[in-house]
Design a protein around this ligand. Sequence first.
Ligand SMILES: [Zn+2]
Length: 235
Amino acid sequence: MMTNLQLRRVASIALSIALAACASTGTRNTTSNTTSTVSTTIEPAQALQELKAGNARYVAGNVRMHDWRHERTVKTGSDGQTPSIGVLTCADSRTPPEMIFDQGIGSLFVVRIAGNFQNDVGVGTFEYGVAALGVHTIVVMGHTKCGAVGATVAGKELPGKMGAFVAAIKPALADAPKGADGKTSTADAEIANVRWQAGQLLKNSEILSKAKADGKLAVLCAIYDVETGAVRFLD
Ligand SMILES: [Zn+2]
């Protein structure tokens, strides 16, 4: 069994080789410009607090516009990215994580897909984030009024490839609470889906589960309210 450091080196080497031809893809540069005041790094102990504070700024309409300065784009473009927080969320146009958490360029490492479910591509993406970029916190964030979850609850037959997200979400609802009518509400299903997908994310990845076991990765669950803009972190 490889240590976390070994896994990280293997991932870094593999990615460096694979991405060598892409000049615009940054790699972590420890000799970056230390005179700049721009930082995209969030310490692990501050992650939840920073996410909550950022969302509070967003809800209050008091966002830090300076985080979107061109200076930050220039620095991350030249020095490479060092995002601290991964986010798995829905493709829904109302759930942009950078805006919801009031974070700028270079802070969040994001996977978005209808119904915010994990799959091999998403797992691999977060493995890269954790092993090669320094991501220490992953938020699995569902949202209210999610069409993908709603369609799964309704048991609708969907045309084309849309059945893929229903199939990916359906197992998450097996143990979800059911009402007197024997049905799960969409709201309960959204919560159940987030929790189940977070568990599967770890179950399907040796790199992520080991990082969590070693205390180097936290996985948080949250629901975003599309009507208020507020994020509720789940226990
Ligand atoms: Zn959705």
